[in-house]
Design a protein around this ligand. Structure first.
Ligand code: NAP
Length: 301
């Protein structure tokens, strides 16, 4: 049985960009006081996680709260100036409630500025288009992003929830490399393995950042027959290597050759800390494919 490789200690984010840890930490679910948020940020950094992912819409509950998660992180960063140097900061924009999406140049440029203001930083290392605006021409989106790079507001550009064709179109018009893509990937969400997105990431040198790597928590408490089958396949490796199922799930993603960075979504310090164990879990092809087959619900051809 051939073992799959363990991840390197850090992974490049674009040809000229910073390196990031093989796990990220996400702030979709971040809330609470500045002290509580600061403790989570510190826990992620102390656990070796350097990529921190947020978005302007995090905190939005349908009527208010747009920008709340960025603003909370901004308070944390302003209170402890040393933290900023320890992280690769990523945010996203381009969703504009009550509209679905808006990536017109006027709005997108103002959204970048607003994110920086709330985060209380002059620059983020990675700015991602959260979901594609199908009414925005990719050349217009590219121009806005290039201007933000030229102004020193963003270090690099990524996409999220783009089809492979949408990613190719934006990359075509950008004069700088696109450095990341952020689809939903988990042992319960396996589309990317076969729809060309990860192959494209490898070809274009995009770092795949996996959102909801535990299926939004469903893997920890599987309810459907399919979810339970996937959980059981993960448990085989978890038991064998003395880790939890959720750690096995992160490591299953990490074992893919595209260099997937799972974005840990837990807002509990002990679970963020535990996630780091994923870097030591070894997968065999046999066990890796067993999880995939459980997720497919049928054998591979
Ligand atoms: P997830 O890891 O799939 O789910 C995290 C949820 O599972 C939390 O509510 C967590 O609760 C719960 N959970 C239950 N048992 C757990 C265990 N044993 N270990 C860890 N978590 C457990 O990730 P996610 O929060 O859905 O998404 C992660 C990140 O992806 C977000 O923060 C965001 O940065 C990004 N994201 C991006 C998009 C996009 O469109 N680009 C969409 C969604 C998310 P506790 O907090 O109580 O541990």
């Amino acid at each position: 049985m051939s073992d799959l490789s363990l991840p390197p200690a850090s992974l490049p984010l674009g040809p000229d960009g910073p390196s990031v840890s093989p796990l990220g930490w996400g702030m979709w679910r971040l809330s609470g006081t500045r002290t509580e948020a600061a403790a989570l940020v510190a826990e992620a950094l102390d656990s070796g996680i350097t990529l921190l992912d947020t978005a302007d819409i995090y905190g939005f509950d349908g009527s208010s709260g747009f920008g709340a998660a960025e603003a909370l992180l901004g308070e944390v960063l302003a209170a402890d100036l040393g933290l900023r140097r320890r992280m690769v900061l990523a945010t996203k924009g381009g969703i504009r409630p009550p509209l679905p999406y808006d990536q017109s140049s006027g709005y997108l440029a103002s959204a970048i500025d607003a994110s920086l203001r709330r985060l209380r930083v002059e620059r983020v290392e990675l700015y991602q288009i959260h979901r594609p605006d199908i009414l925005a021409h990719p050349a217009e989106v590219a121009r806005t992003l290039e201007e933000a790079i030229a102004a020193g507001k963003i270090g690099a550009v990524g996409v999220s929830n783009y089809t492979a064709a949408q990613t190719a179109a934006l990359a075509h018009f950008l004069s700088c490399p696109l450095v990341s893509t952020q689809p939903e990937i988990s042992p319960l969400r396996i589309d990317c393995f076969e729809n060309g997105e990860l192959d494209q990431a490898i070809t274009l040198g995009l770092r795949p950042l996996a959102w909801s790597p535990l299926g939004g928590g469903r893997l920890a408490d599987p309810q459907s027959q399919r979810d339970r089958a996937v959980a059981e396949a993960l448990d085989v490796v978890a038991l064998d290597q003395g880790v939890s199922r959720t750690v096995a799930a992160y490591s299953w993603l990490i074992a893919h050759p595209a260099g997937i960075v799972p974005i840990v979504g837990s807002q509990r310090p002990e679970r963020i800390r535990e996630a780091a164990q994923a870097l030591t879990v070894r997968w065999t092809r046999e066990h890796w494919y067993a999880v995939l087959v459980a997720a497919r619900g049928e054998r591979l051809p």
